[in-house]
Design a protein around this ligand. Sequence first.
Ligand code: FE2
Length: 289
Amino acid sequence: MRVFALSDIHVDHEANNAWIARLSNSEFQEDTLLLAGDVTHDLSLLRATFEILLSKFKNLFFVPGNHDLWVMPGSDSNSLQKFKDIVEICERLNVKTQPEYVGTNSGKVWIVPLFSWYTRPEEGVDSLYLPKDKDNASLDMWSDNYLIQWPDTAIGKINDYFLQLNEKHLSISCDGHIISFSHFLPRSDIIISTADESKIFKWPHRNERFNFTRVAGSKLLDAQIRRLGSSIHVYGHQHRNRHRHLDGVCYISCCLGYEEERLNGEISPDILLPKEIWNDSVESLLVGE
Ligand SMILES: [Fe+2]
């Protein structure tokens, strides 16, 4: 059995839908896919995508991303209700959103999904914010500003709400490895490519006033990853793929992203498969750079 990482498949884009459809129907039948959020805001398309992936993989794990929780104008739902609806869809289809020990007699590994959100710089010191020239603090180009709707009744800081849901899973103890995954980023040093470190505050983006670090994730998520004792943490959200060893944890992202990002080189243009991160026939983790 192998474990694969993938995120940000955005299947409302036809090229991405076709990419998913092209994945082998036979090659992954014994394998596990960690799908780290941002599939679609459309629940019927989300359900259909789960069904396709369930037909290709033995196990499918999922955590929702921000795009999945978008609420379209005129809807009487909200993003928290949508989160609960998605978890219920997952339960019905046997898409796993809770920890599970997977593998075969030759090797097993704990998979731990971690729910999360991002903390903006004005919301808390756990924000992953890094300053940037010409930064537009209002984030008026960020779709979540319009399409993420939390309920009126106060639920506190939304990231705290999601992280609290993980607490009961953080005491898993095992001799083997733990692989956790989230949609959002757990630390700011994985935002920047090592190739770009000399231009740390000038990472490319189509909108130069957009500062992704305002909405990237939370340091509190990394604290949970360390309490859990993860060997590998898979994440998504940024649409920039990384593979970095930091303080004993291997951080990996394998975002499909948008076709435009693949064509212009922001994401590997030749991405053909989810990224293999664990294999029960190999004694060590597949963590080489
Ligand atoms: Fe995202």
